[in-house]
Write a protein that binds this ligand. Structure first.
Ligand SMILES: Nc1nc2c(ncn2[C@@H]2O[C@H](COP(=O)(O)OP(=O)(O)OP(=O)(O)O)[C@@H](O)[C@H]2O)c(=O)[nH]1
Ligand SMILES: [Mg+2]
Length: 299
């Protein structure tokens, strides 16, 4: 009798790394759908974002996390806390670094906290589309010497290079396990949370300097219009200083309009119907320095 190779594997996989290395881009690529917001600015992600990939013989539950770095200020300290906490409850870690511009101090902090835990770790060296083989090879050797990784996989999350190879390495390490989530589950996040994130993403992408870092978004109301294939959403963009309000609104409301139009398109794609999005801007003085307010905004 031949042994059947039909064990079902499953587990929780933390995606960790320094800010801006491409963790959320990878999560979206793994899901084939956008649930995590991304931007070219560091510290975009502020929560643990869960996404599930279903394979015939495995279920992979990913936890995207805020970028780990030497944090200054209460909000950033909180974000690093959120990321490190995820490590306490996973079967596998995907540690992501940036092949093109690595944050060595942050990578060392992460390496040190991985060494304290007895977890299998796969290293994903991202953004290989930006570097030559000649830069990549010594980088791989350097990382091989730094830690006993289960595997080292050079990838491009953006260009979808070697993503299937990365998934195969993950499945190889995962234990035999149950179906944790029903087969139609992609995330445990409510649609209104993702809607708020889509709005915050546009603020990150359309404004500059300190503006995105002082912004939080809350969805006050998210309602389907009875009998119509339509959703009404009212959301507030909170800023931390009076001077930031006119910047978010823009000349004759142009900035707020752009934020709203771009966010609406993303939200419509998610909910699959027409969306009416109303945005308001409110000042919540110095919220990023106030632990209570940080909690109130869900961080
Ligand atoms: N060229 C290139 N750019 C990438 C790749 N992956 C991600 N990026 C870009 O890198 C930037 C950061 O990506 P994110 O996915 O937001 O990074 P993150 O690690 O989630 O960042 P934080 O949430 O701030 O910690 C974005 O501009 C992405 O488009 C890649 O493989 N190649
Ligand atoms: Mg992110």
């Amino acid at each position: 009798m031949t042994e059947t190779a039909s064990v079902f594997k499953s587990g929780f996989i933390a995606i960790i790394g320094a800010p801006n290395v491409g963790k959320s881009t990878l999560l979206n690529q793994l899901l084939g759908q956008k649930i995590a917001i991304t931007s070219e600015k560091p510290q975009t992600t502020r929560n643990r974002i869960l996404g599930v990939t279903h394979l015939p013989q495995a279920q992979l539950i990913f936890l995207d996390t805020p970028g780990i770095h030497r944090a200054k200020g209460p909000l950033n300290v909180r974000l690093v806390e959120v990321a490190l906490k995820v490590l306490g409850d996973v079967d596998l870690v995907v540690f992501m670094t940036d092949a093109a511009s690595s944050d060595e101090a942050a990578d060392q902090i992460i390496l040190a906290s991985l060494k304290k835990r007895n977890l299998p770790v796969i290293l994903a060296i991202n953004k290989v589309d930006l570097v030559s083989k000649a830069t990549l090879l010594p980088l791989i050797e350097q990382w091989q010497a730094a830690y006993a990784f289960r595997a080292i996989v050079p990838i491009s999350a953006l260009e979808r290079i070697q993503i299937d190879e990365l998934v195969a390495e993950m499945v190889a390490v995962l234990p035999e396990g149950p179906l944790y989530y029903p087969e139609d589950t992609i995330t445990d996040l409510p649609e209104r949370f993702i809607a708020a994130e889509m709005i915050r993403e546009k603020v990150f992408r359309l404004t500059s300097q300190e503006i995105p870092y002082g912004v939080a978004v809350t969805v006050e109301s998210f309602k389907e219009r009875p009998g119509k294939n339509l959703v009404d959403i009212y959301a507030i963009i909170h800023v931390e200083r009076d001077s930031q309000k006119p910047i978010i609104i823009g000349k004759q409301g142009t900035m707020l309009k752009r934020i709203g139009e771009q966010a609406r398109k993303d939200i419509e794609r998610m909910v699959g119907c027409q969306v009416f999005l109303k945005l308001f801007v409110r000042v919540q003085k110095n919220w990023t320095r106030d632990t209570k307010a940080i909690r109130k905004f869900g961080y």
